[in-house]
Design a protein around this ligand. Structure first.
Ligand SMILES: NC(=O)C1=CN([C@@H]2O[C@H](COP(=O)(O)OP(=O)(O)OC[C@H]3O[C@@H](n4cnc5c(N)ncnc54)[C@H](OP(=O)(O)O)[C@@H]3O)[C@@H](O)[C@H]2O)C=CC1
Ligand SMILES: O=CC(=O)O
Length: 412
């Protein structure tokens, strides 16, 4: 293994506070209840959630637009961990909107370790929710935020706190992770009106896991640095299942000290991590990897479409591929579902097209010809135009197939 890569097994001992982990996890798993509201601004409208206490099975139902619930309405009991942190003299203003009824759960006396950072998580999409859940399960004191507030509900029932705004999360946490869709989302969450940087300052860290371009990562880095905080870009390889299993691969760059402090949490979410140097290198590595992946999936789709058209049995084709040198875990995993026309999103097609677009822009910058990736990008663009953006990226097969329908031979 490369010296810059730390495998999961090497690092498990770095995960301090495991007894605390199990204790907090058990508290989280018991009596969560909502006594909360969500208040956020979205497109100029206030959106909020009723402040009444809700059952676990329907923790957040009844989102009402137009209401403005004041933070002072927030009720509930902060977690024992948060209380113990306050007892320990922390001055951060925690503005939780979700509270855990922890008082009777035997958590009294929990001594929050100074080396076990409070962590924030911004962006609970396919990846973010699974990653944040692993942090909660590992016992971290996690505060989450998502633009669509209802997506915080299940993590809240599992023990996470919910922040009103990105800035509230960074204000409350030592290290905040962000997993947003694209450069626009990453920039707006970090640097927007109530953005994450507003809650940052010396001693705090911001780790952006989103797949973005280097320029975006550098802009966020500058904004974080202006607060005295530290920044790490940390895009990941691995999809929904590796996110659930905690087996992602991190490609990090930026502040080495933050990398060291964040590593125990990275190791909860991933199986390997690389530190690649200055900001921009992580994005570059990720874009190269995903450019290759996009081309491979497009090429695989062409093979399946051609095989289908000439009457090859699809499952036999998959088996032949699986036994040879061109086999990849991706083909093994996705192939059978593709043959059945099933594209449940693990890696949304719109994100794969975004990554190809960003990789091609990188190629432009350094005048690197990328004809195969450029051709693949066109196919993904067609797939997006056909409404497949939210399907899994393997749905590119449908576009490849649709372009050959109606013609059965090359007769002139
Ligand atoms: N899925 C995968 O297999 C992998 C994805 N990635 C990368 O990780 C990132 C996230 O992927 P994934 O979880 O699949 O994506 P999803 O589309 O499932 O989630 C995207 C997240 O970004 C939020 N978001 C989007 N735009 C904005 C915005 N303008 N302001 C605030 N929040 C915004 C969404 O909020 P809301 O819920 O409100 O829409 C949601 O939380 C992407 O960059 C992707 O390329 C990397 C490796 C694997
Ligand atoms: O970015 C997607 C992945 O699977 O990695």
């Amino acid at each position: 293994m490369a010296s810059s890569c730390i495998g999961k097994t090497w690092c498990s001992s770095a995960r301090v506070g495991l007894s605390l982990s199990s204790c907090v996890a058990s508290v989280a798993g018991k009596r969560n209840r909502f006594a909360a509201l969500l208040q956020r601004e979205q497109g100029g409208r206030k959106v909020s959630v009723s402040s009444s206490v809700r059952s676990q099975s329907d923790p957040i139902g009844g989102i009402q637009e137009g209401l403005v619930c004041k933070p002072s309405v927030v009720t509930g009991v902060p977690s024992e961990l948060a209380r113990s942190r306050r007892r320990a003299g922390r001055t951060s203003q925690y503005r939780f909107i979700m509270a855990q009824a922890a008082s009777a759960d035997g958590a009294a006396g929990v001594d929050s370790s100074a080396t076990f950072p409070t962590v924030g998580f911004l962006g609970l999409g396919i990846m973010g929710e699974a990653m944040a859940r692993n942090l909660v399960k590992a016992g971290y004191d996690v505060t989450v935020w998502n633009r669509t507030a209802s997506k915080c509900a299940s993590l809240a029932t599992e023990g996470a706190k919910v922040g009103l705004l990105p800035r509230d999360v960074t204000e409350a946490c030592d290290i905040t992770f962000a997993m947003l869709a694209d450069p626009t989302g990453a920039l707006s969450v970090a640097c927007g009106e109530h953005g994450a940087v507003k809650g940052l300052g010396p001693g705090k860290g911001y780790v952006d896991i989103s797949t973005v371009d280097g320029v975006t990562a550098m802009k966020i880095n500058e904004a974080v640095k202006a607060t005295g905080g530290e920044f790490l870009e940390a895009p990941v390889s691995g999809s929904k299942k590796p996110a659930e299993d905690g087996t992602l691969i991190f490609m990090t760059a930026g502040d080495k000290a933050l990398y060291e402090r964040a590593s125990p949490a990275l190791d909860v979410m991933g199986k390997a991590r690389f530190f690649l140097g200055e900001v921009g290198k992580g994005a570059a590595m990720k874009l190269v990897v995903n450019m290759v992946m996009g081309s491979m999936m497009a090429s695989f789709s062409e093979g399946l479409a051609l095989g289908d058209k000439i009457g090859l049995d699809a499952n036999t084709l998959l088996e032949v591929i699986s036994l040879g040198a061109i086999n990849t875990p991706m083909y093994t995993l996705k192939g059978p579902a593709m043959v059945k026309g099933q594209y449940t999103p693990a890696f949304p097609l719109k994100h794969q097209q975004k990554d190809l677009r960003l990789a091609l822009a990188l190629g432009e910058e350094v005048v690197q010809p990328l004809p195969v990736a450029a051709a693949a990008n066109e196919v993904y663009k067609l797939a997006r135009a056909a409404g497949l953006g939210d399907a899994d990226f393997s749905a590119v097969l449908e576009t490849v197939k649709s372009h050959s329908r109606g013609s059965t031979s090359n007769d002139h």
